[in-house]
Write a protein of this length. Structure first.
Length: 118
């Protein structure tokens, strides 16, 4: 396995770990998300990790873009950029919807992808 592929697999693992962390925070419930800024911040941090790890995975091994088309690489990077650079415009509803619908699906996709790549 090339160094680039190994690094990319490591970043994909970080992405899956972030999905697990987000699921743990979401498990505290919507009322906690709304009431506790620390929970919102924790989810947003993990969104940044997801996007940054996605960018790093593709940089390490660009072939992943075609090999794993089921991963929405560009939207992950864009959401990371939005949270990091336009934090004032972050919509709680979008964050919650992403954390409760898109992230669990991404976790499943990453789990399957990692099994194939390893």
């Amino acid at each position: 396995m090339s160094k680039g592929r190994a690094a990319a697999i490591d970043r994909l693992s970080h992405m899956r770990d972030s999905c697990v962390a987000i699921a743990d925070y979401v498990g505290r419930g919507r009322s906690t998300f709304d009431a506790d800024p620390a929970v919102r911040d924790a989810i947003l941090y993990q969104v940044v990790v997801l996007g940054e790890a996605a960018k790093a995975a593709l940089q390490a091994d660009p072939s992943l873009a075609t090999e794993l088309p089921e991963i929405e690489w560009s939207p992950l990077a864009r959401m990371r950029d939005r949270v990091a650079h336009h934090y004032w415009a972050t919509d709680r509803e979008v964050v919650w919807a992403t954390a409760t619908t898109e992230v669990p699906a991404l976790h499943d996709t990453l789990t399957r992808a990692l099994a194939r790549l390893r």
